[in-house]
Design a protein around this ligand. Sequence first.
Ligand SMILES: [Zn+2]
Length: 322
Amino acid sequence: MLRWLVLASSLISTGVFAATSSTALPVVVSVAPLQTFVEAIGGDHVQVSTLVPSGRDPHFFSLTPKQIATLHHARLFVGVGLNFEANWRDKLSLDAWLNLCQAHQAHDDAPDSTTSTDTEEKTKSEAENEAAHHDEKQDEKQNEKQAAHSHHEHHEHHHHEDPHCWTDPLQALEMGERLRDQLSDMDPAHRQDYHEGFDAFADSLRDLDARIRAITAPLSQRRFLVFHPSWGAFANRYALVQTSVEQDGKMPSTRALAQLLEAAKRDGVRVMVVQPQFNTQLAIQIIKTLKGSVIHADPLASDYFGTLHDFAHALATQLAKP
Ligand SMILES: [Zn+2]
């Protein structure tokens, strides 16, 4: 009896019962870089749809009926903790829901103490990021979610995690590990392929990290302005400092804007990073006042490797100017 139970539970945990279809696994992701990640690891075994079209602000986004239908057919959802993701979590019957910007828990039944230690380690480095962080609505949502899912997540968080975590290639590597394990659990027949896909993806990420490290090495602790705080994880990884114009996901007050300008002048900040999802007029005015330059970089682009490399290069070029 005991042996049967052990066998049955190991079959369930490896997902043998779930993998009955020979067609590709339907996966829905919230933003385009995640599609790049899932496809790198899943190859032909996954069918990935991205919800937020390029150019749209993913923080204030609602789904079309067609997208909702896609969501209902998905077996795996992969997100980063954006507002609209949380709105759907309880409405769908998926096999798995991954928030890849949330500190990882190996097992749902892990003791709380272990989990919160992991979380603290992760959030400490994030706290060093000066990014003014996201909107209060998101806080509220996180709190609601916390109430609903207190067993599974959000154990002892004092602040939520950065939903732009993928801008750090080494966090992307951890995200890839979780995707590899999730896909392997759901579709164990292709476990080997997922591992090989991940290994190649991981090599590319380590190579990207090394290249960015070389590019940014001379810039230690240099500051850059951003309109929207998308580059905090990148800044943390490469010892740079991001300062956001947006405050808690909103336009800054006149007073906050004056303080930001004053600090930027004092620190000699000369670079403003903008992305196409946001109205950047104010950002451009600010950097004109500071006699600096604008860098256009889209952290939501599906060309993940090119975007990060080009961003590092542009930042180094601009920050090196006298
Ligand atoms: Zn954002």
